[in-house]
Design a protein around this ligand. Sequence first.
Ligand SMILES: [Zn+2]
Length: 311
Amino acid sequence: MKEKYYIGIDLGGTSIKLGIVDKNGDIVAKYEAPTPHAKYEETIELFVKMIEQTGIEKDQMLGVGIGVPGFVNIEDGSIDELVNVGWKNVHLKNDLEKKVGLPVFVDNDANLAALGEMWKGAGNGLTDLVCITIGTGVGAGVIINEKIYHGKNAMAGEVGHITINPHSEIRCNCGKNGCLETEVSATAMVNFNQRAIEGGKETLLPIEATTKDIFEAAQKGDSLAIEIIDNTANYLGLALSQIATVLAPERIVIGGGVSKAGELLLRPTMQYFKRYSTEKIAEQTEIVLAELENDAGIVGASRLVADQMAK
Ligand SMILES: [Zn+2]
């Protein structure tokens, strides 16, 4: 009997990642292409081309899972708007199913990253976890009993827009002030540095410093870099404490570019997490770094296909 595979696609603002994933969740092959911006039909054609390029026969493919950077109407796999990709009112599931002749399932990228970490990464073997992705923005996926928890209108897990600092004057893209995203994202750290230097703060850091520069400067003892990391850890620890108090997940997984700082960020975050949590929650909640990195979306998208087809 021929081996069967899932096709997992991670659609990002800059690149499309496609993976062939076997029934155990292991990636067999990976492909990548730049995302054509604001060209929906062209992107669908590109998906088809990338799937053909794998050389796997149609009868060996079980289905296609796609993670997208935005909200998905879960009932029918349509999308109202993807700002990063430039799509508006598209029926991704229907359109791609017609082109490839396979079942297609669509969900939000942070949700699928969480599902991927649960299947093959830092949440392996667990049933309840929250996976928070910290990059230029902040997103999260909530897994309850091995399934994505969507909430009404699939709005669950939007932790980036928890108001974490009500006194902040920093405006978020969502229109509010003081969101978690404006305190702990890579963008937030870079902006913190810029404001501090413009305000006359002494530092080794250049005004255009990246998060990598900030983490390196902190290791050299730069006081501004240490302050930025402390601010990030404080608000992240506070948000994670609130999330853990409501959901009591077995584990919280931290992924995304900012998580590359590793222990330098994790250690102070856990200290703040403990400070803000009850003893019981602090004791029972593990906080760990993501393991799959850029592959989480592909693996999660494949698991989505497996789950949907088992229904
Ligand atoms: Zn916001």
